[in-house]
Design a protein around this ligand. Structure first.
Ligand code: HEC
Ligand code: HEC
Ligand code: HEC
Ligand code: HEC
Ligand code: HEC
Length: 503
């Protein structure tokens, strides 16, 4: 055989291979180009979102319920979801048929809440399978919204040690208001008086409650509080969880886009209570640059930790991109970490022959509302201290000083308070919101996108300025009357020395 003959043979062989491939390919294409159909008990379902489970690849079913992925894919399961249905799924056979089951038509008021805490004797307790999510939630305020010690002290009028009739107290000062708090703080409770709340409902804003939220009702946000503005869908048989994933095809889960929207949080995080605008986070968010950029509460507060790769490892969970699994601490790291990233300061100097001026600027970054937000008594304190080179305090010559409200040890020092200061009908402050006048109080909290500037004037003996920013959940005099352990957060501490550019 010469060269020419052999290359002719190779060519022939190649041709045969090509013809074989062309004949073989179409018969194999369902496996490479996955295609199938979505059905319910009445026939084909159009417009269902079909996904290759655990991936970002999805297509929609057509008028005949048929779907087809546009390119060859790897993956072992396909899932489908449409509004009004549980998520369905099927193995990757040659042409998978996915059956969808309708959600129950009505909410079941007699439903018994599932306990979040781990308990091997109870099959559905969330922590049995979602251990990491449980650990995150358990350290959050949502888990303490009924039993939190400071909260209960203010509700009952007790102190840290349980002593009755000490300091502020809703039940002691305004007992008629006792039933108003449960709608947000104990949304799953049947009882109105928080002292009577028992069982799973005492776990506050818990897993099962949050994941039974089907939609937001038509009430006015701020006036229709918490559970009165949230529509639930609790099943009469089996289970039903709403979530932000559309490919969990265990038969008891469904997807809802609401779970990635600020609107989901709004009914509890906006509240005019007894005529006083106690909670305004949602409306502050609506007015913020973050909202204009489309950033939702969840984007900052449930930002994936990046550590969780499986939300129910060993219990049916599949490996997932950790950047798709939400964080249930409701803070990115911790509140302190978030605050420290969010509060920024700078200082510029002006030197005169007989005095020195320090212009302090404070602003926020990466916050979706005013700072602080949330409960009305939250506040920031800026403490400014002029010092000599030996660290001795230099007295202030002119500029703002801290009011008595800032607490005994800080009152009179150079600084500022950023807060809403509620007043009663006689003009006294601070007062609990249940005794406050509905007139909007002065509001000096930081506004995203706005710089606060103050001038502090010192004698020329000044060589440096120390700035501290403290975050406080309650007014110091309230904390003291309640014997609460100190829990101020030091948000930042920075020392500045004058630098003057040579002219
Ligand atoms: C305040 C309401 C709320 C509470 C309480 C809550 N969740 Fe969630 N959960 C959500 C929201 C909202 C999302 C979607 C967040 C996102 O994807 O940005 C979510 C997502 C999830 C997911 C989907 C996977 C993921 O991480 O995105 C699981 C699973 C889950 N939650 C389980 C739980 C469990 C278990 C608990 C209790 C230990 C719990 N949740 C408590 C609101 C809540
Ligand atoms: C059913 C009502 C309800 C819903 C829905 C709800 N929250 Fe809350 N949230 C509360 C209550 C009540 C507290 C206060 C708990 C306490 O400290 O007593 C709270 C506290 C918080 C805190 C402070 C947590 C801490 O550890 O101090 C953050 C942050 C928060 N919520 C964010 C959210 C976000 C984001 C959403 C939406 C994804 C949301 N919440 C949905 C009722 C709710
Ligand atoms: C027996 C184990 C088990 C228990 C108990 C359990 N889950 Fe799950 N859950 C799972 C598994 C498995 C998944 C899917 C994981 C995956 O696909 O990676 C899941 C998914 C979810 C989702 C996501 C649904 C979606 O479509 O976004 C939510 C929400 C959820 N569970 C809430 C809860 C709540 C709330 C409880 C307690 C009342 C609970 N689960 C108890 C195993 C469990
Ligand atoms: C752009 C990011 C971002 C968005 C969007 C955002 N937040 Fe925040 N949030 C923060 C930061 C940062 C803090 C920490 C500063 C602080 O504690 O005030 C915070 C603090 C909070 C607190 C704690 C307040 C306190 O002092 O007790 C609550 C409650 C809260 N946010 C709720 C919400 C809700 C509800 C939404 C949506 C309506 C939302 N946040 C939107 C960044 C954001
Ligand atoms: C519209 C929903 C809503 C209603 C109604 C409501 N709260 Fe709250 N409450 C919240 C939210 C949300 C937070 C968390 C805000 C934050 O962390 O700054 C909170 C936080 C608090 C805190 C701070 C707890 C802590 O440990 O830091 C106290 C105290 C409090 N509420 C008291 C009450 C009392 C008393 C009532 C009834 C008169 C009441 N609330 C009614 C939503 C509500």
């Amino acid at each position: 055989m010469d060269m020419r003959q052999s290359s002719g043979l190779v060519l022939l062989l190649l041709l045969a291979l090509l013809v074989g491939l062309v004949v073989w390919m179409p018969s194999q294409s369902p496996a490479l180009y996955l295609a199938g159909q979505v059905w319910d008990d009445q026939g084909p379902v159009a417009g269902a979102r079909v996904r290759l489970k655990g991936t970002a690849v999805a297509v929609f079913s057509d008028a005949q319920g048929r779907f087809r992925f546009p390119r060859p894919l790897v993956g072992s399961r396909v899932t489908a979801w449409k509004e009004g249905y549980f998520i369905g799924g099927a193995g990757r056979s040659s042409s998978p048929l996915i059956h969808l089951t309708r959600l129950p038509a009505a909410d079941n008021d007699a439903y018994e809440w599932v306990d979040p805490t781990p308990n091997s004797a109870e099959g559905h307790n969330c922590a049995n399978c979602h251990a990491e999510i449980y650990r995150e939630w358990a350290t959050s305020g949502h888990a303490r919204s009924v039993t939190g010690r400071r909260f209960r002290n203010l509700y009952e009028g007790t102190d840290w040690y349980g002593k009755a009739n000490t300091g502020w107290g809703l039940l002691t000062q305004y007992p008629d208001g006792a039933g108003v708090c449960a709608s947000c703080h104990a949304p799953a409770a049947k009882e109105y008086d928080l002292r009577q709340v028992k069982g799973v409902a005492a776990q506050g804003v818990h897993c099962d409650y949050c994941h039974k939220i089907a939609s937001v009702a038509e009430g006015t946000i701020g006036l229709t509080h918490g559970r009165f503005n949230l529509r639930l869908l609790r099943p009469s048989a089996g289970q039903l969880f709403f979530g932000a994933l559309d490919d969990v095809d265990r038969g008891e889960d469904t997807y809802s886009p609401l779970y990635r929207e600020a609107r989901y949080c709004a009914s509890c995080h906006e509240g005019i209570v007894f005529g006083v605008h106690v909670y305004s986070t949602f409306s502050e968010w609506q007015a913020s640059p973050a909202a204009r950029q489309g950033q939702q509460c969840q984007d900052c507060h449930m930002k994936p930790t990046g550590r969780m790769t499986n939300m129910a490892p060993g219990h049916g969970g599949v490996p997932r991109d950790p950047n798709t699994l939400a964080n249930h601490r409701f803070f990115d790291g911790s509140q302190k970490a978030m605050l420290s990233r969010a509060v920024k300061v700078s200082l510029r100097w002006q030197r005169y022959p007989n005095r020195m001026r320090a212009w302090v600027q404070l602003w926020t970054e990466g916050v979706g509302h005013r700072l602080p937000t949330g409960f009305v008594d939250r506040h920031l304190v800026l403490v400014v201290e002029g010092q000599t080179s030996e660290g001795r305090t230099v007295p202030l010559q002119a500029g703002p000083t801290l009011p008595a409200l800032a607490g005994e040890e800080l009152a009179g020092q150079p600084g500022r308070v950023y807060a809403r200061i509620l007043r009663d009908f006689e003009g006294r402050s601070p007062v609990p919101f249940w005794l406050a006048s509905p007139d909007p109080p002065p509001d000096t909290r930081l506004v995203p996108g706005k710089i606060e500037e103050d001038c502090f004037e010192f004698p020329v003996t000044l060589t440096q300025v120390r700035l501290r920013v403290l975050y406080r959940r309650f007014w110091p005099e309230v904390a003291r009357s309640k014997n609460w352990p100190q829990d101020d957060l030091l948000v930042l501490e920075q020392t500045f020395r004058p630098v003057f550019s040579e002219r």
